[in-house]
Design a protein around this ligand. Sequence first.
Ligand code: ADP
Ligand code: MN
Length: 255
Amino acid sequence: TRKVKRIDTEVDKLRMRRKDTDTLKVKENVFDEPTLKTLYTLSNKGIIEAIGGSISTGKEANVFLAEDNEKDIAVKIYRISSSTFNSMEDYILGDPRFRNVRHSKRDIIFAWTKKEQRNLVRAKEAGLRVPEPIVAERNILVMEFMGNEGVPFPQLKDYRMEKETAKEAFDTIINYIDLLYNEANLVHGDLSEYNILIIPETEEPVFIDMGQSVTREHPRSIEFLIRDIENIARYFKKYGIREDPHQLYTTIRNK
Ligand code: ADP
Ligand code: MN
């Protein structure tokens, strides 16, 4: 239709590099009409100047490198056509902060995007290194780009470190889980070597991907906390770190 074409033209003005948006199928799944509209709104507000290469295509969201008028930013777009929103609903419904959210698929996804933004803010306030959120608009989260010159920091799983550094990274990660729980009142809920980036210069961890993070009041928060700790303890075994996840859990719970 005319309308779709017009919005599409506007997004072209964002200098979307189409060759970077993977396959045509992905492009259509991500950049549906409401998403293009939202991108257009963000462009009009001067929040996104240009959108560039795809950083990641995940189960529910795509992450793109973009620019505002002076720096790189990361744009995470939750697909409205996402097929996994049923599990999203479970997380949203147990969270007292989202008591008034309507239960349509779109509204759940918009609430999810807002939730990720709020979780990142709380995490940052508690002293964790996380991408600073800039704007959450409908299904789009704009945040600080964690990387150098357009290259994202590596995920923990792809970053090899010395044993001593590994112990420091491990301790920082456990401290972050502790701060998140005891200061921010949150449990990450999907913590693993995939959702931690490493800043190569300092070898410091950065927590990402907090859409599913829940408050301590969530009925499954303890289960998620234990799972997060277990994932980290398991991953660091290859560096000779043998810490008992249950001991770590007890320490965090008894603060
Ligand atoms: P998903 O739900 O798809 O796993 P993530 O938030 O984990 O979404 O992002 C997917 C990938 O995109 C990450 O593993 C990371 O490599 C990259 N990424 C996400 N956010 C940022 C960011 N703010 N800066 C740089 N890279 C990012
Ligand atoms: Mn992830």
